[in-house]
Design a protein around this ligand. Structure first.
Ligand code: MF3
Ligand code: CO
Length: 257
């Protein structure tokens, strides 16, 4: 069942998403060579706490960290630890918070100090694929229109989308219906309606699309060792343009590159 949000729900959910966006922005600015993943997670925990919110991830299916920190060939769900970030790494930061009884979920990949042109291109294509998907998040379209836009953009640029993990409806719980894949499946696909709130989150590999899970039970890495990037926004379907709820400024949709 897809839960449509009322204007009252949105009054609570908009601030939750604003907190998620603010925390992600602060954490991204904290990233620099020499900081450990543990320090990043602790910084994120402080940022979440000082806004009166809670991590949506900590304890979710026993997930042990406040945010997900995934470095280089790690796709998603990377764990904090003593490892230090070094110049040239790329790091995917995924921040979900609970605030006012609602969840805001967003992610972004950033370079540590700087990175190779190949890595920068992967991040740029992944981010733009998210906006290509968001542009399809209008009533009358179906979820598959988002999926197709993401996949087409990514594959036209020579990269691949991960199949095993997908975007999702989000609201009072982190994972609601519908699933929002980043690729076209043969299945029937729900129609988008005003009041739906969905997390669109392309996970894009520089090489092949295959992934595997490390022995820690969480960390997802590319099978071929290639770099991976991840961008995510929580988006509201309205009567007209999509509203990006996890956006700090009320910026309009990014124009096509
Ligand atoms: N953004 C991710 C998701 O939508 C974060 C989940 S991490 C977990 O599923 F630890 F909470 F599982
Ligand atoms: Co998500």
């Amino acid at each position: 069942m897809i839960i449509l949000k009322t204007e009252r729900d949105l009054e609570a959910m908009r601030p939750a998403c604003a907190v998620a966006a603010a925390v992600l922005s602060e954490v991204a600015a904290f990233i620099r060579p020499g900081v450990s993943l543990k320090q990043v997670d602790e910084f994120a925990a402080d940022q979440i706490r000082k806004r009166g919110s809670k991590s949506a991830f900590l304890g979710y299916r026993k997930y042990p960290c406040h945010i997900c920190i995934s470095v280089n060939d790690q796709v998603v769900h990377g764990l904090a630890g003593p490892k230090e970030l070094k110049f040239g790494d790329i790091v995917s930061l995924d921040v979900g918070v609970i605030h006012n009884g609602f969840i805001g979920d967003n992610a972004r990949t950033v370079a540590v100090g700087g990175c190779s042109l190949d890595a920068q291109r992967l991040m740029d294509v992944t981010e733009q694929s998210l906006y290509e998907g968001i542009a399809q998040a209008v009533p009358g379209n179906r979820v598959v229109d988002i999926s197709r836009a993401v996949q087409t953009y990514v594959e036209n640029h020579g990269f691949s989308v991960v199949r095993e993990f997908v975007g999702h409806g989000v609201g009072r719980t982190m994972h609601e219906e519908p699933q929002v894949p980043n690729f076209v499946e043969g299945k029937s696909s729900p129609r988008l309606r005003p009041g739906m709130t969905i997390a669109i989150e392309p996970m894009v590999n520089a090489g092949q699309c295959g992934v595997k899970i490390l022995n820690d039970g969480w960390t997802v890495v590319t099978q071929d060792g290639s770099l991976s990037a991840h961008f995510e926004h929580t988006v509201l379907i309205t009567e007209s343009e999509p509203e990006i709820l996890t956006c700090l400024e009320k910026t309009p949709l990014r124009l096509k590159a």
